[in-house]
Every structure is written in structure tokens, then in C-alpha cells.
Design a protein around this ligand. Structure first.
Ligand SMILES: [Zn+2]
Length: 315
């Protein structure tokens, strides 16, 4: 199996969000990739420029950071051509690795918009090197820029950032520094294609937490009425737990709950509601053991939420 480390550059509506095409907020203008074998040895590179057709003028921000001119873009090929070339380059047996989680979403959104068949497996697992960097060198939660990581690891600077082939190169250099066991254990799952039915829902068991990705729902209320969405099981013994603090929402899209396993202590749950490109909601639940202090934080957040609600009602 090979690793395909890729990076994209994209353009957006130069006249602001109100003039953007809602089906394609970001139009891909460059794809760069490195192919590494299982020993993390380089065995191929890919680079191509796409001629934009939705936003033919560069957004001022894009122009500033990427160092590509409209003239150079004009000489590019169509997105569907370079995308098919990229998919050929990927081959048959590979896993994607990207800096952050956006590139896979934008790649698939562009593929859908430009009518390129999506051959990726469902679910699509990949490696988020930005997350892996944080797990290896920081707290696992902080997300750093690619420049920051390259500097922190004292990697040689050989080419400017914000060109797809260069950023793919740097991302590959970072991936090579990481412990292969950490990489394998901390895989990510792509949310562009959400589970369509109950049997497709994802139950992922990581060393220290559990993640669940639900099927589609029409509303948050419908999702929160589903027993599988709201269940909390102990991540150690898998026992179904009674809640100490029932699900409540801090913000409109995030819910928290607290449960306790008689044997393994406090277990906290978090649900994030997200919308997919078809306009449906789906829930991402994470469940993790926590300490007395962690439990107290959740109780405190519940109190805060109640206090704010009271204030709002008075107003
Ligand atoms: Zn337990």
C-alpha cells in the first residue's frame, strides 16, 4: 500500500461570499502530490494546474499567498482532466494523507461539481498529518500551520509554501518523521460522504476513545431522539451506562453528557451536529473516560447554559 500525500490550492469568489456559487465555494486550481511506499520512500510525484471556469479572476487573498498568476492559470488544463490524471497517479492500493481535513472535502466537492466519478471507498479513511503532528509533538488538540511544523522540526526550506506540490512535499517530510505505529492508530475518517443507513453508521474504536458517525437526519431533534445517537457505553468494558448529566447543548451544534461506569469511573460524551452537501444533518459522537475534574467541567457547563437561558428568558 502506498501513501498519497496531496495538497490543493483553490480560488474563491473574488467579489465576496454573496457572489459565490453555493455548489462550489472553492474552485481547485492546483493539485500537488507525493507518493510514498510502505517504507515511506518516495516513488512518484504529481503536479498539475487547472484552468478556473467558475471564478476566473483570482481573489485578492489567493493572489497574495499562492504566487500563481491568472496568465499561468489560463495555460492550465480542465479540472476534470487533471483530476482524472491525479486519480490514475494514485493507482489501486493507497491511503491519502493531507495537512488538515479540508482538502479531501474540497477535492470531492469539485469532483461532484465537474462530474468526475468518485471512486473512493465508503467510508474513506485517511491520515490527517496536521492532527498526527499535534498528537506526536503537542497536546493532540492544537492545530498548527504547515510552516510552523516545518520550522518546529527544523526541516530544510527548499521552496515557497502555498504551492500545492511544495506543500505536499513538506507534508510528506513531516509524515516521514512520525512513528508508523502512531500513524496507523490515529487514522481519520472523511465526512464528505456520510453514512446513508443504520448499517453504514461508523463505530470506531481508538486506543483511548470511541467515535460514532450517524446516518442522515432531517433535524437535530430527530437525531437526538435516536437511541444509538444518544447511547453512552463504557470505552473499557462496553457496558451501557446511565447518564449522570443528560445531553444538553452548549452551542447550537454541540451537545455534552456525562455518565459513570461502576467499574471504570466517569465517561464523557460529546456530539457535534454537521450538515452534509445534501442538506442533511449527521451526528459525530465521541466518548471518552474522564476524571472527577472533567466531570465537574461538564456539570459547570450545564449550570452556565441554564444561567444564560434564564437571562435570555428575562430579556
Ligand atoms: Zn466500564
Amino acid at each position: 500500500m502506498n501513501y498519497i500525500i496531496f495538497d490543493l490550492e483553490w480560488n474563491q469568489s473574488p467579489d465576496g461570499k454573496e457572489f459565490e456559487n453555493p455548489l462550489l465555494p472553492f474552485e481547485i486550481i492546483e493539485i500537488g502530490a507525493q507518493k510514498l511506499d510502505e517504507q515511506f520512500e518516495l516513488c512518484g510525484t504529481f503536479h498539475a494546474i487547472a484552468r478556473p471556469v467558475v471564478y476566473t479572476t483570482l481573489h485578492s487573498h489567493t493572489q497574495e499567498v499562492i504566487g500563481l498568476t491568472e496568465n499561468e492559470l489560463e495555460k492550465g488544463e480542465s479540472f476534470d482532466k487533471i483530476c482524472r490524471d491525479f486519480l490514475d497517479f494514485c493507482g489501486e492500493d493507497y491511503a491519502f494523507a493531507t495537512w488538515g481535513s479540508m482538502d479531501l472535502t474540497e477535492l470531492q466537492r469539485n469532483m461532484r461539481y465537474f462530474g468526475v466519478d468518485n471512486p473512493f471507498p465508503k467510508p474513506l479513511f485517511y491520515y490527517d498529518v496536521q492532527k498526527l503532528f499535534s498528537l506526536a509533538y503537542e497536546d493532540g488538540k492544537t492545530r498548527r500551520s504547515l510552516e510552523h511544523a516545518v520550522e518546529a522540526l527544523s526541516l530544510p526550506l527548499s521552496a515557497p509554501f502555498h504551492r500545492a506540490h511544495n506543500d505536499a512535499f513538506y507534508t510528506a517530510q513531516i509524515l516521514k518523521q512520525l512513528d508508523p505505529a502512531l500513524i496507523k492508530a490515529a487514522f481519520s475518517v472523511d465526512y464528505y460522504h456520510t453514512p446513508k443507513s443504520k448499517k453504514d453508521e461508523l463505530h470506531l474504536h481508538y486506543p483511548d476513545y470511541y467515535k460514532y458517525v450517524s446516518r442522515e437526519f432531517n433535524s437535530k431533534e430527530e437525531a437526538m431522539a435516536d437511541k444509538t445517537v444518544t447511547a453512552i457505553r463504557c470505552t473499557v468494558c462496553n457496558k451501557a451506562l446511565r447518564k449522570k448529566v443528560r445531553w444538553f447543548s452548549g452551542t447550537s451544534r454541540i451537545y455534552y453528557a456525562l455518565a459513570e461506569c461502576p467499574e471504570h469511573g466517569y465517561v464523557k460524551g460529546k456530539i457535534r451536529m454537521k450538515k452534509n452537501d445534501d442538506g442533511y444533518l449527521f451526528a459525530i459522537k465521541t466518548v471518552k473516560l474522564t476524571t472527577e475534574e472533567g466531570a465537574e467541567k461538564i456539570r459547570h457547563a450545564l449550570e452556565e447554559m441554564r444561567r444564560k437561558r434564564k437571562e435570555r428568558n428575562k430579556a
